[in-house]
Design a protein around this ligand. Structure first.
Ligand SMILES: Cc1cc2nc3c(=O)[nH]c(=O)nc-3n(C[C@H](O)[C@H](O)[C@H](O)COP(=O)(O)OP(=O)(O)OC[C@H]3O[C@@H](n4cnc5c(N)ncnc54)[C@H](O)[C@@H]3O)c2cc1C
Ligand code: SF4
Length: 329
């Protein structure tokens, strides 16, 4: 690992100044992703700016009935907090399906949003071709082993997926990411936070290098209680999703008033299935409707030779999640 300076600022202006002074500085949350990447030589910051002394470790109720989650809150605290368990059980469930208890104790809300892909070729510097690690070098996964890779939104430059469970739940809950920059604070809807790879897969989010995530805001929503999160993976614990699904429903009797269906493990960002959501709205929830919506979630998918199996996983997981959210499991 290359030598670096470690800083622990006590307020946000000081943290921002530390980022601006040094273009190759990185914020440090729990370090569960960044430090691994530093050990592997994939990230080589010259300065680490730790966020734990910043006033970003609260979970609080907002006047509209939503909840604000500070960016330095650990995944464990978030998953077990009474406000999250009561108002956003989908988020608790998604978080608890991720990593291990030890990792969740360290991992922060901001770090989870910013975690990088688990593409084998990105994680192994022995492979020279990776546009994300080394822009312009090519993409070894296109013709290589692409079992875990994207079936939606990929490009000829990169077919990696975003590995987070938390972010899939956030997509279904219409979360808003609050960020602070040197000139202004701004709010980024979760759907606009992560980017598709296009020609610049090394730029993964719409966060500027000198901006800090301060909180994740969850608006009050009518679909936050009838929910399910299902994660399919190679082994039952301590593994990233091959495909995961967050389903959320608002029902008026049997009629679907609103629906959210978001997937993990299928794209460079949490993937909302807007067409399936629209199909569900305004109709009575029954098996036939759920099956039609589940068929729709794979429309437009472009699987690679190694990951065609994800189509069946996606349809099955959508059906299972919707049935459970709708009380029909
Ligand atoms: C073995 C293993 C298994 C795992 N399994 C899963 C899993 O099943 N599901 C899952 O979702 N995740 C899984 N993870 C990933 C884990 O959730 C992430 O590593 C973790 O969430 C990252 O959080 P962190 O605080 O440790 O981030 P760090 O490693 O500290 O930082 C990650 C990135 O976030 C940036 N950052 C941190 N805070 C901020 C901020 N406030 N503003 C802007 N940028 C910031 C850092 O600069 C860095 O670029 C696993 C990790 C490991 C090692
Ligand atoms: S899929 Fe993306 S991360 Fe993986 S090798 Fe290709 S460019 Fe790199």
């Amino acid at each position: 690992m290359k030598p670096f300076h470690f800083m622990r600022p006590a307020n946000i202006p000081a943290a921002m100044a530390a980022l601006q002074d040094s273009p190759n500085a990185r914020l440090l949350g729990g370090g569960t992703n960044l430090v691994d990447l530093m050990r592997l030589g994939i990230e080589q910051p010259n300065r680490l700016v730790q966020i734990h002394a910043l006033p970003l470790a609260q979970i609080e109720s907002m006047p509209d009935g939503g909840v604000r989650i500070g960016a330095a809150i650990s995944n464990t605290e978030m998953a077990n907090h009474p406000l999250i368990r009561e108002r956003y059980p989908l988020l608790s469930k998604a978080l608890l399906s991720g990593a291990s208890p030890q990792l969740r104790n360290m991992a922060t809300a901001g770090g989870n949003l910013m975690q990088r892909t688990r593409c084998y070729y990105f994680m192994d510097t022995a492979f020279p071709a990776c546009n994300k690690r080394n822009p312009g070098s090519g993409c070894a996964a296109l013709e290589g082993v692409n079992r875990i890779h994207a079936i939606f939104g990929a490009s000829n430059s990169c077919i990696a997926v975003h590995p987070s469970d938390m972010c899939v739940a956030l997509a279904a809950l219409d979360a808003v990411i609050q960020v602070r920059g040197p000139k202004e604070s701004r709010a980024i809807p979760i759907n606009d936070f992560h980017r598709l790879p296009g020609d610049t897969p090394h730029i993964e989010t719409n966060l500027a290098p000198d901006e800090i995530i301060t909180s994740i805001d969850l608006p009050r929503s009518r679909w936050a209680r009838r929910v399910e999160y299902v994660k399919l993976r190679d082994r039952h614990s301590f593994a990233f999703a091959l495909v995961s699904c967050a389903a959320a429903l608002d029902l008026d009797g049997k009629i679907v008033r609103a629906a959210r269906l978001a997937f993990g493990g299928v794209a460079h960002k949490p993937w909302r299935s807007f067409a399936a959501e629209q199909l569900l709205v305004g109709k009575p929830l029954n098996i036939d409707l759920i099956e039609r919506a589940s068929d729709l979630v794979v429309e437009g998918a472009k699987p690679r030779p190694g990951n065609r199996f994800k189509l069946a996983l996606m349809k099955n997981i959508a059906k299972r999640s919707l049935m459970s959210a709708g009380g029909m499991a």
